[in-house]
Design a protein around this ligand. Structure first.
Ligand code: FNR
Length: 377
């Protein structure tokens, strides 16, 4: 298959993965209206073409949380990403680190923080933390991330309860006879079954294994999320996290200007404007639509990252023009990983970089700092 875009990576991922994994990655909450809006609203942001402005030298580098980066991009957290290729988080981290960009490891990754750090020669790794009922356990996770050398803590706040994802019930990710259905699907995808099903063991949630032991297996992954996430968390509870983590603290899952202001007030260094890729509350606005108002109220107080719906370098430039300082990739890197492992993620980053260069050349800007609303119609 010829791969020239995220669209192609998605098709290749679909061909290779058992249905339960493809639908888990590709699907969203309820009727998937927000998932569709994320992609469509971004695609609808019209760029203003400018010509004859000497764009012979284009610089894509930027500074995020005090570190100079060659691209304004990080790979975002993906739960059980390690099931999409053998020890998948290590492969994606290596591809990100070869480009000098951060990889974010999910609380519910397959590989542990230490495995990822060991495999990728200490490139920039961010750790994503969920709100777990057992606060001592959260504290342990923060300490382990710190000891392993995580550069930033990404604290995800938009999952006090998991969203209802209809596709998961149908696919075998959850629902009746789910384990049996998953085995039957795996038999139909021998490439994946050999690479991940057999050689990619252990299939455990690596960061949770020290506490959960054998219960860190994937039999009831969604069930575990539902019973261990804590809906009682409130802004005041973030004080101890701020005190426990002295590096950059990034609050992920902000969709409202008042919440963005609250994140700045508790001393966060950054936010991710995100609706979790349309996987939580269907019907909320796309990141594209809320980003300008949020960027406006917190400008100069913290770093604004954005995700949800980014499928190309053009989309990255659009998010920057709408007020983001940088972006997280989600499904885009997951499809690439599933399609071709580390090489797939590397190719994706090449494609995105090239597309960003074209978008900048044809909107007449030479640096990331020059990208603003003036390049939009
Ligand atoms: C996610 N996302 C996510 N976010 C998070 O904070 N922790 C996690 O463990 C996960 N897990 C996860 C699994 C899968 C399969 C997907 C697709 C997404 C959300 C993710 O970090 C990001 O916000 C979205 O993926 C962005 O939307 P797009 O770009 O994928 O449309």
């Amino acid at each position: 298959m010829i791969i020239a875009s995220t669209h192609d990576f998605r098709a290749a991922a679909k061909a290779r993965l058992p249905r339960f994994l493809f639908d888990y990655a590709d699907g969203g909450a309820y009727a998937e209206a927000t998932l569709a809006a994320n992609v469509n609203d971004l695609a609808g942001i019209a760029l203003r073409q400018r010509v004859l402005r000497d764009v012979s030298a284009i610089d894509l580098s930027t500074t995020l949380f005090g570190a100079k980066r060659p691209l304004p991009i990080a790979l975002g957290p993906i739960g059980i990403g390690g099931m999409f290729r053998r020890r998948g988080e290590t492969q994606a981290a290596r591809a990100a680190h070869a480009r000098g960009i951060p990889f974010t490891l999910s609380t519910v990754g397959i590989c542990s923080m230490n495995e990822v750090r060991g495999a990728s020669k200490d490139g920039p790794t961010w750790f994503q933390l969920y709100v777990i009922r057992d606060r001592a356990f959260m504290r342990d996770l923060i300490d382990t991330a710190k000891a392993a050398g995580a550069e930033a803590l990404v604290f995800t706040v938009d999952m006090p309860v998991p969203g209802a994802r209809y596709r998961d019930a149908h696919s075998g990710m959850s629902g009746p006879r789910a384990p049996l259905r998953r085995v039957l699907q795996a038999i139909g995808k021998p490439g994946w079954a050999w690479d991940v099903g057999i050689r990619g063991r252990p299939h455990r949630l690596g960061n949770l294994e020290p506490v959960l032991g054998a219960a860190s297996g994937l039999n009831d992954y969604m069930g575990w999320l539902g019973s261990n996430f804590d809906p009682s968390i409130a802004w005041k509870d973030l004080d101890w996290i701020r005190a426990a983590w002295d590096g950059p603290l990034i609050i992920k899952g902000i969709l409202d200007p008042d919440d963005a202001r609250a994140a700045a007030d508790i001393g966060a260094d950054g936010i991710v404007v995100s609706n979790h890729g349309g996987r939580q509350l269907d019907g909320v606005l796309s990141s594209t639509r809320v980003l300008p108002a949020i960027a406006e109220v917190v400008r100069g107080r913290l770093t604004v990252l954005a995700d949800s719906g980014i499928r190309s370098g053009l989309d990255v430039v659009r998010m920057l023009a709408l007020g983001a300082d940088g972006v997280l990739l989600g499904r885009a890197w997951l499809y690439a990983l599933a399609a071709n492992g580390e090489a797939g993620v590397s190719l994706l980053l090449d494609l995105i970089e090239k597309e960003m260069r074209v978008a900048m050349a044809l909107t007449g800007v030479r640096s990331i700092a020059e990208i603003d609303r003036s390049i939009l119609v």
